[in-house]
Design a protein around this ligand. Structure first.
Ligand SMILES: O=CC(=O)O
Length: 461
């Protein structure tokens, strides 16, 4: 892909396994941001908002080599709770490690282990009730940090809400987690308790943006229709198989378009939104880039990405040919995409969600697909994961035209896969460790904090 030479993020930065450079510092400051400010109903989008700038030190994430995926590293001996931790004085600050052991970054882990006493409770101690018991007993002493390097494990206790946060020792300074999203923790409450929450969105951005490209293209080219027609009827040797193939081959053309020249409307213009813009805009796919965010991005970012800002969600939705949701979940858990906001769309608009399922009223979306207001949709995330909305599923799998004359395969559904690559996980581990090293060992600012505004409010800074 030819990218503008003035776009150093994509040219020089390999997110998750490369060097975080000047450009990405800016992106961190605009993506790893808080979204907990309650928004009035008339301003429904808690899109990316800036946090105050942090003097991010340049650091490198070791390149991913084939070996890295299989690297085995010695685990810190204390991989289970140590019964006497609460009574003896630790030599080094204690880090409570929840979830799987480190897999990809042995060198950083060696540094981490040298700096901290890492305690990794076994799974049963991470279940909510047992965790509550352990915290009440101060089983892990006065630990300084919580460390969750994997997205797939470490969430056994459920949401970090007041019930858990109130039990944390006052020694906890930082909670560093895998994952771009942070709706699994009450980051406002953590901030008010003086605990910095750091996400790892920076490490996931490239993977999520790549997946978004596939989803956007799917909405223009109706990949589910093309794939289903070539597959399912043929599996059952149905006599319709050949005619289903022929019908798709003949009729998909009239329903398909090149993205070039169409307007891509990004709701949220943080790190992920900006990477999607870089991939889908000129000169690659040639889409016009429009965005809505609660805070307008600097003119240099807009000009680099040729992005037009819309102050209101309504304005963005009205001009978009394809809307992509790339903003963190709203603090109050309310959806942004509702019957009301879908009403802003021009008939035939496409819709993609790679953010959070809670942001979309799926019944309203299914209605909009039924009526043709939304022509095609692609959703990686779902309201009630791991369940998927049945009406939307039927729009993926149907093989014939419906009674309104709409073609099948208008929806693509995936299993919350957008950020899921090895490179993302390399970066999740690395960033989580770097955040804790900086805050606890170095007494420096975190790399990717998301709740500094709550911390500052509490401290009156
Ligand atoms: O959804 C995945 C993430 O938040 O990284």
């Amino acid at each position: 892909m030819n990218l503008p030479s003035s776009f150093p993020l994509v040219k020089h930065q390999k997110l998750g396994c490369g060097v975080v450079n000047e450009r990405s510092r800016h992106l961190v400051s605009t993506m790893a941001e808080p979204t907990n400010t309650p928004m009035p109903a008339s301003t429904p989008v808690p899109a990316s908002t800036p946090r105050s700038s942090s003097p991010l030190q340049q650091y490198s994430i070791p390149s991913l080599t084939p070996n890295a995926t299989t690297a085995t590293i010695p685990l810190w001996p204390s991989t289970t709770s140590s019964p006497d931790t609460a009574t003896r004085k630790p030599q080094r600050p204690i880090v409570l490690h929840i979830g799987d052991p480190i897999k990809y970054n042995p060198d950083t882990y060696a540094e981490f282990n040298a700096a901290f006493e890492v305690i990794r409770p076994p799974t049963p101690e991470r279940e909510r009730n047992e965790l509550i018991r352990a915290l009440k007993e101060e089983r892990w002493g006065h630990f300084s940090a919580i460390f969750r390097p994997f997205w797939g494990t470490g969430g056994e206790m459920g949401r970090w809400d007041a019930e858990l946060i109130d039990l944390l020792p006052s020694s906890v300074k930082v909670f560093a987690s895998a994952g771009a999203g942070f709706d699994w923790a009450d980051t406002k409450l953590l901030g008010e308790r003086g605990i910095i929450y750091c996400n790892s969105g920076l490490a996931a951005a490239e993977a999520v943006a790549d997946f978004s490209v596939a989803m956007i293209i799917s909405t223009f080219r109706h990949l589910p229709w093309c794939m289903n027609a070539a597959t399912f009827p043929h599996l059952t040797s149905s006599s319709d198989a050949r005619s289903t193939f022929r019908e798709c081959h003949a009729r998909a053309t009239a329903a398909s378009h090149n993205p070039r020249g169409h307007t891509l409307g990004l709701i949220g213009f943080g790190n992920i939104g900006q990477q999607i813009a870089a991939k889908m805009g000129n000169p690659a796919f040639g889409m016009k880039i429009a965005y809505y965010d609660v805070v307008r991005k600097p003119a240099a970012v807009e000009s680099e990405l040729r992005a037009t800002f819309y102050e209101k969600l309504e304005g963005l939705m009205k001009v978009s040919d394809c809307v992509v949701l790339c903003t963190p979940a709203s603090a109050d858990g309310r959806p942004i995409i509702t019957a009301e906001t879908l009403g802003y769309l021009r008939p035939g608009t496409r819709f993609v969600n790679i953010a959070r399922g809670s942001l979309v009223d799926e019944e309203a979306l299914a209605d909009a697909l039924d009526s043709g207001v939304v022509r095609a949709a692609a959703l990686d995330v779902h309201m009630d994961e791991p369940s998927v909305n049945e009406r939307l599923v039927r729009m993926v799998t149907g093989l014939g035209f419906d009674d309104r004359g709409q073609h099948p395969g208008r929806v693509m559904l995936t299993c919350h896969n957008a950020g899921g690559t090895v490179e993302t996980h390399v970066g999740f581990e690395e960033l989580s460790m770097r955040n804790i090293l900086r805050v606890v060992r170095d007494g420096a600012e975190a790399v990717t904090p998301v709740n500094l505004h709550w911390l500052r409010e509490k401290k009156g800074v």
